[in-house]
Design a binder for this molecule. Structure first.
Ligand SMILES: C[S@@+](CC[C@H](N)C(=O)[O-])C[C@H]1O[C@@H](n2cnc3c(N)ncnc32)[C@H](O)[C@@H]1O
Length: 301
């Protein structure tokens, strides 16, 4: 029989978070872990959870390789600059790279994920006095209404056929005026335009040689079992239906989404100017053909 512990939570209150953080051991090296009771157990969710449990070490090394760091740094900054200072949920935290980035400028971070494997890493990504980890399903958050200042959701909704339910949950837990910041693969991405350029760059970077695997080479082949990018139109419609005002809707990683093999100088040489162009395009044009949707939604009063 499963033993229930004080960290199993039928309902997770802001007060409980504060209390648990106060009692946390600052030398522990990991943030406290809460476990929601009764996660949805439909087949797709269980398969996706298992996939992410196995993927966790590879995802962590993928986040750490120079290519990812160079191409993603400005996106993490973009998210942090828009994240409110109070209590913030990182929905689908994965190994915690977003939580780590926002922890310096928010009062509390709550890293939420279904995957215990991912949370093992997320628990080490920010200091114990700054927040907690919560193993829960983002379609059914054990959190009281209107107590959260900000929600960040990066690269998660496309794993859920029921992503609208997650949007509804975010709206429920946010206080009026609270923000939901979303970063998602874009169904309208014009990736096919880049295929010839990508081939040429690959050839130039490798000069025709075969490049040996990068540190994330152990990652599972292909996509996770559930992957369905969102279109900007569907996201906006759903956001309005759930009581959000659309603050920002843009797309990024137009040039910056090109893959270049190997590691090192080639990445820096390419990504720094490409990312600058992407940032300018995000700011001054409203194109929606980039690889990522970047959205800020504000909960209506
Ligand atoms: C691609 S990772 C993104 C990780 C992180 N947000 C980032 O940007 O690096 C997607 C994460 O969403 C989690 N996830 C997917 N469906 C979920 C659900 N229904 N409830 C909670 N977490 C979920 C997965 O376990 C995985 O860790």
């Amino acid at each position: 029989m499963n033993q229930q512990s004080e960290n199993d939570v039928p309902w997770f209150t802001a007060l409980a978070v504060e209390d648990r953080i106060r009692r946390a051991d600052p030398t522990a090296g990991t943030v406290p872990l809460f476990e929601a009771m009764g996660l949805p157990d439909d087949e797709e969710s269980v398969i996706d959870e298992k996939f992410h449990d196995e993927e966790a070490p590879h995802y962590q090394s993928y986040c750490e390789i120079p290519r990812t760091k160079i191409s993603e740094a400005w996106l993490l900054d973009w998210i942090r600059e828009r994240t409110p200072e109070g209590v913030v949920l990182d929905l689908g935290s994965g190994t915690g790279r977003v939580a780590e980035h926002i922890a310096s400028s928010t009062r509390r971070v709550i890293a939420v994920d279904r995957s215990a494997g991912m949370l093992e890493y997320a628990r080490k990504s920010f200091p114990p006095e700054r927040g907690v980890a919560l193993r829960a399903d983002i379609r059914d958050l054990p959190i009281e209404d209107g107590v959260i200042d900000g929600v960040v959701c990066s690269g998660v909704l496309h794993h859920l056929p029921e992503w609208r339910r997650a949007l509804r949950e975010a709206a429920r837990v946010l206080r009026p005026g609270g923000r939901l910041i979303i970063r998602e693969p874009n169904a309208s991405y014009a990736g096919q335009l880049f295929e010839p350029a990508e081939k040429l760059m690959n050839w130039l970077a490798t000069k025709g040689r075969t490049v040996q695997g990068t540190p994330d080479a152990g990652a599972q082949e292909g996509l996770s079992p559930v992957e369905e990018p969102l279109s900007p139109r569907h996201l906006v419609e759903a956001a309005k239906a759930e009581g959000f005002v659309v603050g920002t809707l843009g797309s990024a990683m137009f040039l910056g989404s090109l893959g270049i093999p190997g590691e090192g100088a080639w990445q820096r040489l390419y990504f720094q100017p490409a990312n600058l162009v992407d940032r300018l395009m995000l700011r001054y044009s409203n194109h929606d053909r980039g690889a990522l949707l970047l959205t800020v939604l504000v909960k209506r009063w």
